[in-house]
Design a protein around this ligand. Structure first.
Ligand code: C2E
Ligand code: CA
Ligand code: CA
Ligand code: CA
Length: 274
């Protein structure tokens, strides 16, 4: 047990920091949402053949006045716990639609939706209002949901997603291959797009088995008439492997672009799509 004691003290010190950090964030999140301290970043999705931007994913950002940037992986779960996620989603939907209406061409926008939003919001009404407000056609609006979200609110999610799909809004299954991965959901719910989680891409440039696994997940999506997206493309080698061997139609990742502030995204779209 050498060094066990020091390590455990360190461990507890870290837990204290985490605890106090989270308490501080909890205390400040409500005001941050109300006072407009959140902003949006946009990350483009590209057509793998044409290399044009087809849509951009809206990602929430919180720049805390004293603590600096807080990752969404930290504050979104806090917002869910605190019952604030509906306010955030409503704000994201409205502002994502507004930004998108300013972009060149017919580039779409995708918004992430939480399990709680199915209960806390009237998503079809909210999205309708945002589309009217920014004169954006439904065909340019997309939502992303995880398997976990859909499972948590099965009945309600099913009904809501069908209503949205009937309006022509694309529905992406996010982080596919993580979570419960019950394949039966692919048919039971009106998904139009499959976003394969980036964990499937990590080794594809070096391990043939990893590439074959990605290819068969992509094939599954294609066989079900879904648009297949690979998330988290970080290297040219990963991209080349996919171009040569898989059925992925769209790609997203740091190799192409990090999420960008709203003011920079129009220029990026213009650069790639002209
Ligand atoms: P996500 O929906 O899976 O979003 C993709 C995340 O992967 C983003 O992290 C993005 O910056 C990151 N990413 C993109 N390309 C790469 C890459 O090539 N390599 C790596 N390592 N990462 C990449 P981000 O912005 O920190 O968001 C994390 C998660 O927070 C999102 O995962 C989503 O689940 C959640 N989130 C963000 N914004 C919102 C929001 O407005 N509403 C809800 N409900 N959740 C949100
Ligand atoms: Ca997403
Ligand atoms: Ca994802
Ligand atoms: Ca994720």
């Amino acid at each position: 047990k050498s060094g066990g004691r020091g390590r455990s003290q360190l461990f507890h010190a870290q837990m204290d920091i985490d605890y106090h950090y989270r308490q501080r964030l909890k205390a400040d999140l409500r005001d941050a949402v109300a006072d407009g301290e959140l902003s949006l970043a946009f990350q483009p999705l590209f057509d793998i053949d044409t290399r044009r931007v087809v849509s951009c994913e809206a990602l929430a950002r919180w720049n805390h006045a004293e603590l600096g940037p807080v990752p969404p992986a930290t504050f979104i779960p806090l917002a869910e716990e605190m019952g604030l996620i509906s306010d955030i989603t409503a704000w994201v939907v409205k502002n994502a639609a507004r930004e998108c209406s300013q972009w060149p061409g017919a580039v779409g926008v995708a918004v992430n939706v939480s399990a709680r939003d199915f209960r806390g919001l009237d998503l079809p009404e909210l999205i309708d209002a945002a589309l009217v407000d920014s004169a954006l056609p439904a065909a340019r609006f997309e939502i992303e949901v995880t398997e976990t979200a859909v499972i948590e609110e099965r009945e309600l999610a099913n009904r809501t997603l069908k209503t949205l799909a009937d309006k022509g809004i694309a529905i992406a299954l996010d982080d596919f291959g993580t979570g419960y991965s019950s394949l039966s959901y692919l048919n039971a719910l009106p998904f139009t797009k499959l976003k394969i989680d980036r964990s499937f891409l990590v080794d594809i440039a070096t391990k043939p088995r990893a590439l074959r696994l990605l290819a068969s997940v992509a094939r599954l999506g294609r066989d079900l008439d879904l648009t297949v997206v690979a998330e988290g493309v970080e290297t040219e080698a990963q991209l080349e492997a996919m171009v040569a061997h898989t059925l992925v139609q769209q790609v997203q990742g740091y190799h192409f672009s990090r999420p960008l502030p709203a003011r920079d995204i129009s220029e990026l779209i213009a650069r790639f799509n002209s």
